[in-house]
Design a protein around this ligand. Sequence first.
Ligand code: GDP
Ligand code: MN
Length: 349
Amino acid sequence: VYLLQGTFTVPSHRIGSHQLVPVSPRENATFFSLVRNSELSDMLRSIKNVEQRFNRHHHYHWVFANNEPFTKQFRHAVSSACSGTVEFAVIPEKYWKYPDWIDQARAAEVRKEMRRKHIKYGDNESYRHMCRFFSGFFYKMEALQRFRYYWRVEPDIEFRCNIAQDPFRVLREENKVYGFTLTPLELHTTVETLWNVTQEYASSYPERIAPDNNMGFLSDDGGASYNMCHFWSNFEVGDLDFFRSDAYEHFFNYIDRKGGIFYERWGDAPLHTVAVSLLVPYTKLHYFAGTGYFHAPNLQCDGPNWLLEQNECICFASEDSAWSGGSCLTKFFDIHRLERPEAAPTTPY
Ligand code: GDP
Ligand code: MN
């Protein structure tokens, strides 16, 4: 009953069950974290921060996923830190392995070559399984099936402001599919052929491309080349029904078959970005301003001072990288002629 949207929920472990203190109504939503046992401390810091800045008012559920079983110590410590219910899920092997069309020797050669070129994570095999999992499988996890929305949280992240509005509620009320904060540039050495494949997809399946899409965000030369803009997926709040749709499934399978996840190092961030930019109108995408979101080396700290103060932000506009030169956010607002949110500066820094 407590999970029904619009009902008042009671954090029963904090108050007597006779005291019906209403907290915010919850959406049909959960946090989602993919994490290793070795990252327990970093995960705990993320949880404590998310709880303090947001979830203590909501007590949303939290799903933790791992390609290996979580240790008892991990489960115990994490359960104590979360104010809502918690679930630990082991990723089925079929979501964390080479598909049979991948030539593993060729993939190993690529890793060697990328190591020689010092490309970040270029020689890392498990990183690619992680990227493929986030691209094509996380939303298929049993633990997520009963939910409509997810909010991805990584270890070692921080929100330096209170999250006053419920992002899940924003997505539902405004009928959005995907919410983001930071929009940096991808390393071009990791996505050499992604744009060709994207173009090929768009021309093979024009009926699958949304009118009013966000493709203009991804190219500065009318589609000839990719400008490396992407939504940084270590923070994302999204509609699982979109990822579970035929539209996304078809797109992912096409991309997956091309092999660039292993033969290059296509990340889930550019893949999610291309998908939501291609398959849904740009009006389905939402920028969450003023959260103070930090994942090294980028920080969002936008908004007028009064709002930063109101939300108890521990960051300064001078540190913001969301609207800075190496970011694509200004482009997003400009190409769609969107009014900048209240929490955005009126002049670029
Ligand atoms: P970066 O943000 O691109 O530098 O990559 P991270 O190292 O932060 O990895 C992204 C996310 O995937 C984080 O939530 C990690 O905890 C998680 N992750 C990465 N590799 C693995 C892995 O091999 N196993 C598990 N369980 N989680 C992983
Ligand atoms: Mn990370």
